[in-house]
Design a protein around this ligand. Structure first.
Ligand SMILES: *Cc1c(COP(=O)(O)O)cnc(C)c1O
Length: 376
């Protein structure tokens, strides 16, 4: 064991995969060799095994592994028959990938604002955004905390509109005892390396309680083959690489430990920063926040970031520009001022260093420096 390093000397990384790899390297290389020997390199037994384990983790009967989180979202929207002329109600405070599939399918995104506490879809805005053309609602469990699902599911049900959960940042998160990805019609996960459950490459998954949806996703990811060389509809090559399936099975065993570490570090930050100068995240008592990101808000975000950077404390911004104001979304006619809470968050948010292996000493150093600088 190395001695605890001094964060004032060496700085604090935003994120670090190295220590985790050192810890599981033996198991990972054994899993990779097993795939090599199996002769299956796309889908196959390693992927099937991971799907079973991942479904159990999410407390759903079905998980279908795919090559990226973006593909998972695309398959979800295809399964709900989103197409030209349809509208999909979603949020603009997210990574852009939440919304790409709406554009891939020729549909129109309708953005609603988020709530200032949770940073997720404001149920009060949802009802007003629904029209006869609304085909799906896509919520994002942002930063690791679930959206306020009950009112959203109630509105969806009243209008007969299915709810998709973008769980890319929320694997293992809970809302009133239910896991992310088990509440709506379809859950979509990403295993991009920096996510809470990250592949050493790319990966994603769709979760569902509906066996028909699972079967259709299984087919769609494999060129929509219903039997060999018989293609029932437009399909995709969204299969998961078998090496990633094997890696994810190894990592899934550690996910609860890693999540608890994330929550412990977040609790340390919360305790040290509760009285300012930045606004700490509201962890709602109705669920489990898995802290994919620890995001605070500051009215002087950029000066705060520079001051931290000078002391070798690395931060990030998720996200500096909301989706509705992206050049690629210009055709939909949104303007600054349309989503005031979303826009305010993009100007004030800053993500502090947090990864499971991070020593609490580092969190204390970051909090100390923030308090010393006094920029809120
Ligand atoms: C990472 C992410 C995605 C996209 O996942 P990829 O695996 O990178 O395609 C989608 N939505 C959110 C909220 C994300 O954070």
């Amino acid at each position: 064991m190395a001695a605890v390093n001094d964060p004032s000397e060496e700085g604090v990384a935003f994120f670090d995969l190295r220590q985790q790899l050192d810890h599981i390297r033996g198991e990972i290389t054994a899993a990779l060799e097993e795939v090599l020997d199996s002769g299956w390199f796309a889908n196959g037994p390693a992927v099937a095994r991971f799907e079973e384990q991942f479904a159990a983790y999410c407390r759903v009967p079905h998980a279908v592994a795919v090559n990226t989180g973006t593909s998972a979202l695309h398959l979800a929207m295809r399964c709900l028959n989103v197409g030209p002329g349809d509208e999909v109600v979603t949020v603009a405070l997210s990574f852009v990938a939440t919304t790409w599939p709406v554009l891939y399918l020729g549909a129109t995104p309708v953005f609603v604002d988020v709530t200032p506490g949770r940073y997720t879809m404001d149920p009060g805005q949802l009802e007003k955004a629904i029209t006869p053309r609304t085909k799906a609602i896509v919520v994002v469990h942002l930063y690791g905390q679930c959206a306020d699902m009950n009112p959203i599911l109630t509105i969806g049900k009243a209008h007969g509109i299915p709810v998709v959960e973008d769980c890319a940042q929320a694997v293992g998160a809970e809302y009133k005892g239910r896991r992310a990805g088990s509440m709506g019609a379809i859950g979509c996960f990403s295993f991009y390396p920096s996510k809470n459950l990250g592949a050493y490459g790319e990966g994603g998954a769709v979760t569902t309680n509906d066996s028909e949806v699972a079967l259709r996703c299984r087919r769609l990811r494999d060129h929509a083959q219903v039997e060999r060389y018989l293609h029932s509809e437009i399909g995709y090559n969204y299969r998961l690489n078998s090496f990633q399936g094997a890696i994810l099975s190894v990592k899934l065993k550690y996910l609860e430990d890693w999540t608890e570490r994330r929550m412990r570090i977040a609790a340390e930050y919360n305790q040290l920063l509760y009285d300012g100068p930045v606004v700490t995240p509201a962890s709602c008592p109705d669920g489990r926040h898995v802290y994919h990101l620890y995001v605070v808000r500051s009215s002087q975000r950029d000066p705060l970031r520079s001051a931290l950077e000078k002391r070798k404390i690395r931060t990030a911004v998720h996200y500096p520009r909301p989706i509705h104001l992206q050049p690629a979304f210009k055709q939909f006619g949104y303007h600054t001022g349309d989503l005031p809470v979303t826009e305010e968050v993009t100007q004030s948010c800053v993500s502090l260093p947090l990864y499971p292996e991070m020593s609490l000493v580092y969190a204390q150093r970051v909090a100390d420096v923030i308090k010393t600088i006094g920029i809120g």
